[in-house]
Design a protein around this ligand. Sequence first.
Ligand SMILES: Cc1cc2nc3c(=O)[nH]c(=O)nc-3n(C[C@H](O)[C@H](O)[C@H](O)COP(=O)(O)OP(=O)(O)OC[C@H]3O[C@@H](n4cnc5c(N)ncnc54)[C@H](O)[C@@H]3O)c2cc1C
Length: 399
Amino acid sequence: MDFDFGEKEEAVRREIREFVRQELPPGWLMGRLEEESRDEDWEFAMSISRRLSKRGWLTMSWPKEYGGKGATLWEQMVYREEAGYWGIPGVTMGVGGVDWVGPSLMLYGTDEQKEEYLPLIASGEPDGVWCTGYSEPDAGSDFASIRTQAVREKDGYVINGQKIWTSAAHRARWMWLAAVTDPNASVKHRGISIFIVDMKSRGITVNPLINYTGYHIFNEVFLDDVRIPLGNLVGEENRGWYQLMHSLSYERGSIGPSAGGFNRRILDELVRYAKETGLFQDPNIRHKLADMAIEVEIAKMFVYQIIWKMSRGDTLVYEPSMDKVFRDMLTERLATTGTEILGAYCQIDPLHRDSRWSKLRGCVESLYWLFPGTSIAAGTDEIEKNIIGQFGLKLPKSY
Ligand SMILES: Cc1cc2nc3c(=O)[nH]c(=O)nc-3n(C[C@H](O)[C@H](O)[C@H](O)COP(=O)(O)OP(=O)(O)OC[C@H]3O[C@@H](n4cnc5c(N)ncnc54)[C@H](O)[C@@H]3O)c2cc1C
């Protein structure tokens, strides 16, 4: 098997590395999922996002008329892998916009929606930032039980309800919202629709939910008589569930390349640290690092398989779930192995990553804090395994 990339992909790789040299401070390394929390990190991420957009990278595989470059999925994969490795902030700017709102709009959006929102997302500007309103206090895995309702009136919809765990709602200009449009549907999931909601609309309240690391990533969002125009319905009314299966597959599939790049960087940094400190002489540490090297390589194969299938035009069902479950386990092992290697230095809060006591810029500590969340976000591992069982292994449904 030949996994070498062609000249076009290698050119992208070289350009990204040059960009890193020019735009990021020397030795830059930043954990995932952190950039929405502190204002200074967010501002920096936004400034990089704009620069990525100017180079056409932010949405490089999108068609040119929507602000993309018409690049291949392989070129985009190399960009995301490199971006993850070097910790380039601002890559998924628009948390969801780039990875699932844009692609879903291309599938289901009206021409007006495509013209209005896709260039905004591609711009890397604050007005292109999205959040995703799926989960509710009583509806996470059991997503079909959402209660937020959108009632159709003459010239629009009126929305009432509550969303929770909404990442980046405090930064977002738009929400990609799932709401009930037919409360009397014979089956719950046949009564759900997808909407675009302007976060500046009257009736929206965003409350911070500070997580156990002290980061402000999540929020709860209340929608009280929020009025939106009819034109903000995405796709067909009451067909939202089916559309969401695509959006969720984009979401799960989008994380792989950058997470894979980031995990490889952590491994490389741990290997460097073990060499510098002499810890490499401990056979236990050598073996753990070797285990990590094997798993980082396997994770890469999952990603490449997904990109290959996508580039053939296949619809992915269980494949992103396999990738996600494996990556979640790998992330946990990397975090715990890294913590064992760094020892007491891992007690330095990642927000103090510039301290001389912080090793690897607090990235291992940050990974340790955040890995439980990665196995919950975008579908818990149990739900992903149900998908693999049902669609990958064709097991009968057990509930
Ligand atoms: C980092 C992070 C970011 C997030 N960002 C967003 C966001 O931006 N927007 C958004 O809408 N939501 C977001 N979420 C919420 C996330 O989608 C939900 O937390 C997730 O879907 C699980 O729902 P829940 O928390 O209600 O847990 P529950 O669904 O109540 O699950 C509790 C436990 O029961 C298990 N379980 C439930 N049903 C089954 C089943 N059928 N079979 C086997 N086990 C089952 C689950 O695996 C889990 O272990 C985010 C979550 C995290 C951690």
